[in-house]
Design a protein around this ligand. Sequence first.
Ligand code: B3K
Ligand code: ZN
Length: 879
Amino acid sequence: MRNDNAPLIRLEDYRPTDYLIDTVDLTIKLHPTATTVISRLALRPNPEGQAGASLALDGDELNFASISLNGTQLAANAYTASPQQLVLHHPPQEAFTLSIETSINPTANTKLMGLYRSSGTYCTQCEADGFRRITYFLDRPDVLSVYTTRIEADVDTPLLLGNGNLRETGALDSGRHFAVWDDPFPKPCYLFAIVGGDLDKVEDIFTTVSGRKVTVAVYVERGKRERAWYALDSLQRSMHWDETVFGREYDLDVFNVVAVSDFNMGAMENKGLNVFNDKYVLASEDTATDGDYANIEAVIAHEYFHNWTGNRITCRDWFQLCLKEGLTVFRDQEFSSDERSRPVKRISDVRTLRSAQFPEDGGPLAHPVRPRAYKEINNFYTATVYEKGAELIRVLKILIGPDNFRRGMDLYFDRYDGTAATIEQFIASFAEASGSDLAAFSQWYEQAGTPRVTARGVYDAAAKTYCLTLSQTTAPTPGQAEKQPMVIPVALGLIGESGRELALETADNTVENGVLILDTPERSVTFTNVTERPVPSLLRGFSAPVTLDIDLSDDDLLVLFAHDTDAFNQWQAAQTIASRIIIRAVEQVRAGKPAEVPAKLAEALDRFLDAHAQRDPAFAAQVLSLPGEADIAREIGENIDPDAIHAARKAVRQSLGRALADKLAELYASLTINAPFSPDATQAGQRALRNAVLDLLTTGDAFRGEALARAQFDAANNMTERLGALATLAHVPGEARETALAAFAERYKDDPLVLDKWFALQASIPETSTLERVKGLLNHPAFSLSNPNRTRALIGSFAMANATQFARADGAGFAFLADMIISLDSTNPQVASRLSTAFRTWKTLEPTRRAQAEAALRRIAAKSPLSPDVADIVNRSLA
Ligand code: B3K
Ligand code: ZN
């Protein structure tokens, strides 16, 4: 295949570097188009490397200026320099220093990797391999060095931030000034960062558990200071939580967070200087939804938690990425659970896992949580590494118990602090701390694909026994035809038909603490003294990242929905019933028949709302949002017709909306909040339910709903209500929708981050006119293909959140995305490559759409030159 020339990098080929870099002294003279970087490296041969080897430093689009060895300029034949590499042919075999000068153009850096400018602010992004775009280096995570950074700039760039602690600032000639930062903690170069700009800030003092004072600050664009407080508050709560729950104290005198508007992903955990996409920092009630607040809290926490899981202990190589990412996602999920509602957080995390990771694991891009080979590492910052990686930590914790888990974490921190570690070392810490053999568990890191667990139960009323048989299989994934059984902890309970939770008694105590371990292809367990016919509640709390196939009748599911003591499974029961009903409706739609919707779901929801709506609105909101179109598509699995799924789901929602109309209207009115706005979980839950109720009501009765939505839109005093109303209106074609969209655009015309919501909403309207609308919005003054947030909001939402229009049978949606990917490929390959993953489920489509998707993918693959990033995704998708 063309464009497939990037070398394959394999885990098994890992070997240490031939040289180590103990210290890095950088002088960075900032200039918009010609920044000079002088790097003084203290090197020595690595005792574990190959003696006498040449030294090849990585570069990427660098302009080489000069090199000296131990203070003397090197002769031209002693080295070879290109924009991609600097090779020293015969390095000394004892300690030596190299001084290397390069120059770079931050303004021309559209890839947003290395040093670039975002709205005039200088900032950096080095993970995974951006440091080589700043200076020549051994750009890999197992080279740990102590950094000193001197930054010089014009006075119009008054703020100069670096990693570590500020040592010195001062004036220079000709209107320039400088700052020197020392970072005492050895780190890999991907954690390097600087920022130069003229920014506003909020700050505070955080006192650590041992009484050290840390200045914590959040820097934002001028004029946005009032929107930075929530991030600062989240940071301090995170610092406190990590001390309490994991015993981890912060280690520098300052912790800075800087928000920039052009950023390829969410945020970056650079040591002491986190750089953030402003989407995950800026919040006010007028501009941010409750979901935004929750995301800010989670991302701030995530990046902060990396200080221990990622920075103090980093990864030996990029194959170990889940060592820091899966673990840190687990930590941020736990933090949010403690700060908010644990069951609601679990439900929303599992929704994310299923919608983002399951399709990846079941398609052409499937890879193990620890991949064995890659061509472009930036394509492996995936839902599998992050979200499934976090699930594996959860599985581990269930397997060894919370106390052993904490002991294992402590041992890991103790033993590997200051090093670049591996998954083996991580798992060994828990094996040692718990005295368990975790060899079988470690298979989870090696094997791709989502295991399918099948459960069958037989009740013997006379013997009062219930025999439960669980079996597991995993379908083949690319490069892994044969699958091993996994160690699957199945948390379970038995609910009697009467609604009682039954005691779990077995002859041989095989179910400990309510968990049965399935570690063989099949396993049976017999429960004794089961006094009434039980309904099994399996995989409670979603105890393992698997799909569950269980032969429960609709009535059994209704028992769980009404009585399960596990909130996750209560929600799951409602989802499963709804999903079955929608799938039956899909079959009817495809057969040209009207969709029939049984009344029992509406009746059950009616009872559920009576019991839960007031007590736990956030949970009720999760129950009311039925499985999405993508969930249904995944259940169906093949020969997908997105139009039929859309029509069926809509028919089911319409029928529910009509059946529950009066209940919903009454609930809607009762959920008004009369207190001043707070982003806390209680108010957020009420608003979430109110919006979910409004949407269902409107689906059932557009006329009545539209009037309520318009009133909510006009009266809203916060973004959650305003956007909730707008989202509901967006699905009702007509005048009211266009008026509201226009009013929203006018109100927020100077606020691109808020306009992203407006772009995203319009891109996800399931109507044939949407593609033209999206194309028109490409020319909107606020839109820019060079800004990743804008691109993701408009084009990303169209491709990932609008199945019927992206997968139009005429191929126009696919063709549009292909055009966008091709045009972005040359300016920002990482964003282009992310967009191209929207094709990952193309093989599950019905034949006409599948052919259209394939044609679009082939057109991208044929572009020349094509970035290694996009080539990798597209070629794997086509394979
Ligand atoms: N570690 C960064 C991600 C870097 C992505 C590089 N392509 C953010 C995070 O996961 O915390
Ligand atoms: Zn991370």
